[in-house]
Design a protein around this ligand. Structure first.
Ligand code: HEC
Ligand code: HEC
Length: 454
């Protein structure tokens, strides 16, 4: 063996040793750490404590209260989860549901899974939009309990008097929380308590699934914000968090970002007719790919922003942000690590990736369309619909629902009303996205089968 060969071998070995040490030393991407940060680290002040949680049932309506009193501990737990749209953390024994994080002092802190962790067909999947969340019902009950026990109110109890949290279960006014919180910040995120309240166009949204974030260059329905770990931190702008806390939390959010980018869409759990789906793929590539991209081996996602008059879906989300919101974001701390530019003039909404689309019903940014069949038949979409808790419609692909012409007059309490999705309300229109209407019934059946495979 020549000396030169030995040298090369030696260098290769040293390089290998260096690179494996680097990996073991924590430079490796560790998605699990990001997941644990969300479940175990509190980034906000608590909304309530264990004692309040145990008393929430006392502010329920009489029939529900009576049922609770007679129930076993296991039944009571299930009733609590159902009422507020929570789930247990999958695969682990934990006192708090997926949606809340303990602060170590008995307090319950809202986490990202409040809106970004949910269940489909009764199976809980972190990163799936929480299409059961009943935030307004929760905070109303909490405020009620605190007032009766003469406890101090916290940011959510007071804030929700000015900013509604969500008028339909499974959706939240999350974008306007962001608008309201940003008003009280300068670009470096210093708190300015004297700012005037902003113009707020309240509207409820169905959160997008996290597994698609890795395909997007820009985030949100209108795609204005370049993707970055800091963009994930906007939700933390409560008065208790100043520039110091944001800097302190940043390393954790790099891990949370890695976790989000590591997520994969869940697979359709029932049978798929492969021949029919193959025909559907042809229909899809001809009619849908230009906006939604292609899937399978040669996948590609074009990040297309579709003008509002072409897409024709509800416009309130589009109108709710606009130039002042984009400008704040562009100059703010949130955007300083981004390599891409803020899109200051989105024309409409971005066509989202359709990976795992079977699991993310209801559809469109406002969650107004209960199944994929209804998405493909724009004239047959229900005016008012109500889902069952865990039913999955394997024919229409999406939520199992009952439909109505209007919310039944027997529905009196706001808590009960939130179970009904009423497309006549402001911001909740199910119109638009009429592209599939030009297809015949056979093509749409093929397409529906193909959509199960994504
Ligand atoms: C109260 C509900 C709620 C909470 C809590 C919440 N989000 Fe969201 N999130 C939303 C909604 C609604 C959207 C869609 C907004 C839009 O498109 O304008 C969204 C959008 C996003 C997006 C962009 C997804 C995409 O495909 O464009 C990311 C990433 C995200 N949230 C991460 C987080 C993280 C991380 C947290 C916790 C720090 C969090 N969210 C907390 C409701 C919430
Ligand atoms: C001109 C571009 C365009 C074409 C063509 C198009 N779409 Fe879309 N699609 C969009 C946009 C934009 C949205 C988001 C609209 C919104 O949320 O308001 C969307 C939303 C969807 C959604 C709901 C996504 C979700 O997460 O809620 C599905 C499903 C969908 N499209 C399927 C299709 C199918 C199937 C076709 C072909 C028949 C198609 N689209 C053709 C632009 C397009």
């Amino acid at each position: 063996m020549s000396d030169r060969l030995i040298d090369r071998k030696f260098i290769a070995l040293v390089l290998l040793a260096v690179s494996t040490t680097a990996l073991a030393g924590g430079n490796a991407k560790d998605p699990v750490e990001g997941y644990r940060n969300l479940l175990d680290h509190a980034y906000l002040p608590p909304d309530f404590d264990q004692e309040d949680w145990d008393k929430l049932w006392t502010s329920w309506e009489k029939p529900a209260r009576e049922k609770y009193e007679k129930a076993t501990p296991a039944e009571r737990h299930a009733m609590m989860l159902e009422r507020y749209g929570f789930q247990d953390v999958p695969g682990e024994k934990r006192d708090l549901p997926l949606q809340y994080t303990p602060d170590g002092k008995g307090g319950w802190v809202m986490n990202c899974f409040t809106c970004h962790g949910g269940k489909v067909n009764g199976v809980t999947i972190p990163g799936l939009p929480n299409t059961h969340i009943a935030l307004q019902t929760l905070i109303d009950d909490v405020r009620n309990v605190k007032l009766r026990s003469k406890e101090q109110l916290t940011h959510m109890d007071v804030g929700s008097v000015m900013v509604p949290l969500g008028t339909t279960r499974g959706t939240t006014n999350a974008v306007i929380f962001g608008v309201a919180l940003a008003t009280f910040r300068d670009y470096d995120l210093n708190y300015k308590p004297t700012a005037r309240p902003p113009h707020m166009l309240h509207h409820d949204m169905d959160a997008p699934p996290w597994w698609n974030v890795k395909k997007k260059s820009h985030l949100y329905a209108d795609g204005f914000a370049p993707r970055s770990h800091r963009s994930l931190m906007q939700f933390l702008m409560v008065p208790a968090n100043g520039p110091k806390q944001f800097a302190e939390f940043e390393p954790d959010f790099k891990k949370i970002y890695e976790y989000i980018l590591s997520l994969e869409a869940p697979k359709y759990p029932w049978a798929i007719d492969k021949n029919l789906a193959a025909k559907g793929e042809v229909v899809f590539n001809k009619n849908c790919s230009e906006c939604h991209g292609t899937y399978g081996k040669e996948s590609d996602y074009p990040n297309v922003n579709v003008p509002l008059d072409v897409i024709g879906t509800d416009r309130v989300r589009y109108d709710s942000l606009g130039r002042p919101g984009f400008e704040f974001y562009e100059h703010s701390w949130f955007n300083r690590t981004s390599t891409d530019k803020v899109n200051m003039t989105p024309e409409g909404y971005v066509a989202p990736p359709l990976d795992g689309i079977w699991a993310t019903a209801p559809y469109l940014h406002n969650g107004s369309v209960p199944t994929l069949w209804h998405l493909l038949h724009s004239k047959d979409r229900p005016v008012v619909w109500k889902r069952t808790e865990d039913g999955y419609d394997q024919k229409k692909i999406g939520l199992e629902i009952d439909t109505f012409d209007s919310v039944p007059s027997s529905v009196k309490s706001p808590v009960e009303r939130r179970y009904y999705f009423d497309t006549k309300q402001n911001g909740k229109s199910a119109a638009g996205h009429t592209f599939p209407d030009k297809l015949n019934e056979e093509e749409r059946t093929q397409l529906l089968e193909y959509l199960k495979t994504l």
